[in-house]
Design a protein around this ligand. Structure first.
Ligand code: ZN
Length: 266
């Protein structure tokens, strides 16, 4: 049985900006091997996942064509260096999402180039760093990402994110957060872009041990399982079907400004 599971492992690439861990002793204390390593270790508690990590500092940010081709689900944590992510890599990740790769965007990744591009909106929000309590309510108990969570769970110390969160209306809402200071936030949202599933998950501020929390680890396992590709679709193709090759016999009628041989131009 274990061999069967291993053969079908979900290949997850955990991408980390890896800047705070280098600059701030506090963050290094919580995440001695980096947030990305902690997230990958959490997933590796289950043999369903085959994890690797990639960081901003690697050539092509560790996200070459081949690496992305071998990735079923990509998780993204960034904050201080969104602008340093090369546009060509962002383009490449977007293309893979359209093809069917899952994407899990974490916390301050709401302002990443890839998330803003896929959402098409500002993705702005309110925030406060006061170490306050966050209560994450499950508002979609039948959703695969909410399995095993119960009604809600609490994180004792978090950075607050508050509405309005400038995102397109999510396809599905999985979590809504309440904060000790009174604000609320759509903290677990899903979308589809092309054939790819996207999940935004709010927790993950670098100065608290969020990615060590068992419920956060469970949500990320559920999310990676949910976001794995289900088939693929071709993208960036717009084939012309000549009249003579229509599935049913067809005679041309009405005017056209296209010249013969130009039908493929759109
Ligand atoms: Zn933060």
């Amino acid at each position: 049985m274990r061999e069967t599971v291993a053969m079908q492992a979900i290949r997850v690439t955990v991408w980390g900006e890896n800047v705070h861990e280098q600059k701030h002793e506090l963050v290094r204390t919580i995440y001695p091997t980096g947030m990305h390593r902690c997230i990958a270790d959490g997933l590796s508690e289950s043999d369903e996942f085959l994890t690797r990590t990639a960081t901003l500092q690697e050539p092509e940010h560790g996200l070459s064509e081949q690496m992305l081709a071998d990735t079923d689900v990509l998780t993204w944590w960034g904050h201080a260096a969104h602008g340093q992510v090369e546009d060509a890599v962002v383009e490449r990740v977007q293309k893979r999402v359209w093809e069917g790769m899952g994407l899990i965007v974490l916390h301050s990744g709401h302002y990443s180039k890839i998330f803003k591009r896929l959402m098409g909106t500002a993705c702005s929000l309110r925030w406060r760093e006061a170490g306050e309590k966050e209560r994450l309510w499950v508002c979609n108990p039948g959703h695969p990402i909410a399995q095993g969570i119960g009604d809600c769970f609490e994180l004792p110390n978090t950075e607050m994110y508050g509405e309005p969160f400038a995102i397109p209306t999510p396809d599905e809402q999985v979590f809504i957060s309440w904060f000790q200071g009174g604000e609320v936030f759509r903290s677990g949202c899903t979308w589809k872009r092309g054939n790819g599933k996207i999940f935004y998950f709010r927790p993950g501020h670098e100065s608290y041990p969020i990615f060590h929390h068992p419920m956060v680890k469970l949500v990320l396992k559920n999310a990676c399982r949910w976001a794995r590709p289900e088939g693929s679709q071709w993208i960036d193709r717009c084939p012309n079907i000549p009249i003579g090759e229509a599935p049913e016999p067809l005679a041309k009628q009405g005017p056209s400004i296209h010249q013969p041989g130009e039908e493929g131009l759109r």
